[in-house]
Write a protein that binds this ligand. Sequence first.
Ligand code: NDP
Length: 400
Amino acid sequence: MGKVMVIGCGGVASVAIHKICQNSEVFSELCIASRTVSKCDALKEKLQGTTKTKITTAQVDADNVEELTALIKKEQPEVVLNLALPYQDLTIMDACLAAGVHYIDTANYEPEDTAKFEYKWQWAYREKYEKAGLTALLGSGFDPGVTSVFSAYALKYYFDEINYIDILDCNAGDHGYPFATNFNPEINIREVSAKGSYWEDGHWVETEPMEIKRVYNFPEIGEKDMYLLHHEEIESLALNIPGIKRIRFFMTFGESYLTHLRCLEDVGMTSIEPIMYEGKEIVPLQFLKAVLPDPSSLGPRTKGKTNIGCIFIGKKDGQEKKLYIYNTCDHQECYKEVGSQAVAYTTGVPAMIGAMMVMTGTWKKPGVYNMEEFDPDPFMDALNKWGLPWKISEDPELVD
Ligand code: NDP
């Protein structure tokens, strides 16, 4: 049917690329473009005998709009799937506009020198995308992404009004290392060491990092400690879910992870302020990333499951109603299928599905959109088909 260009070739991209290659009817051609072209070539080598999708590779610096625009114009994909880092979102959006192609990503823009993520920078492109007749689909991972689609689905079929959403992200996988992160360590540590926040009665309530802790009994996993974090889908759901009173996001962390993190913070290793070291400027967090295990190496070692989903409380026909929609995913099963652990899998699969929605015209309208702004049905069907089946509980345990 058409050509997709994937930018980035790390943990999430590797899963999305495997899934693109399983879906050759939609993705007849694929260009993998990233900073280190040898990684793209290695993946091409691994996959090209197993798929009908025609694969090419390219080296690109996604911080450089001109270089990127020239590459997109040369390759002529219908859609660009940005699986580089959140720092590159705006340059890739600019290049897509200049080259006239649709844009999809999984994480919202974050300036490299400030650990703060908000949609305002990307929402500022709405008019430009509308005028160009192009679609930009923001946040097509699991959270944000699937959690946003779950919200649209709950609203469409189960509620007249949703008042409370708790998004729960549980990773009960064990990789055997005392400390490692499941996706890009720099992005992950910036996220968890930032202040927490949630949306209540029309405004943000800020908390200290890890200040709010709850214990939750996750289906298929059991009891885990979870902590309230700021998370990007709260910002768009607060606008797009009418009648909403509160949205919170919780993520599970084990005691060992938190103790190591506290210690690294205390000695300054998580700082993003550059320092001079032996005459060279380095960023402590980037140095830490270099010494931590590469998330893509965790696949063979990680055992256990993830459970990510949303608890909704609202009203249907005047009655109070609660609902839990979630997916569980097994690290070892993911590794068997695509050679990656479940955190990359649960992000890479929806990234492929988002690209498919736009490529097939199922989700396509000029402008910049978050996932909950489209009809959830085709995406929910695709989750079942492509490896992330979801379940519904109408009597879930609630978070107090
Ligand atoms: P990785 O660090 O594993 O991969 C990032 C890739 O981007 C690497 O291949 C890297 O190249 C490439 N890259 C970085 N900078 C540039 C550049 N300037 N030009 C070209 N390529 C570049 O990250 P992950 O795969 O773990 O994460 C990818 C994205 O997914 C991130 O934005 C992350 O925030 C998001 N994410 C979203 C989730 C969700 O549920 N919504 C969950 C988890 C992650 P090189 O190989 O040279 O380092």
